[in-house]
Ligand binder design. Sequence first.
Ligand code: FES
Ligand code: FES
Length: 156
Amino acid sequence: MPETIIIHLTINGTGRSFRTPPGRRLLDLIRDDAGQTGTKEGCGAGECGACTVLLDGLPIPSCLVLAASCEGHEITTVEGLVHDGSPHAVQEAMVETGGVQCGFCTPGVIMTSVALLENSIDDREEQGRRLAGNLCRCTGYEKIFHALEVAGTTDD
Ligand code: FES
Ligand code: FES
């Protein structure tokens, strides 16, 4: 196995190449190589969802995914939700409703929430199932569900 390989990814709309060891986690590449430190590491074991990013629009735990397996694909992190200096409707709604408290889970919760809205998943039970992989110790989730409601009425 080679010591390093070159991986091509689109991160937040920009095509980039990285020389990296073949076993590097996507999370490490995103944070340390691409400098997108909005994505957090919690458990590092696929349990907490703090590291959630979108892979071709679908939420994944980036701590469990090898960067090399994403060759040629599109990654969106929480930084990529801001357009022309304006936050995404989900980001605004999370602040407005108090869905952000300590904030550690927030980038991951926001990425899963964006995917819910973009796939028109507005059933509360289904939203709950999809958010079950994003652990939040602070909000009791009600404020996050409220944020989804608010964002769903303002999403562009
Ligand atoms: S850091 Fe990836 S799931 Fe917890
Ligand atoms: S806001 Fe603190 S863990 Fe979710």
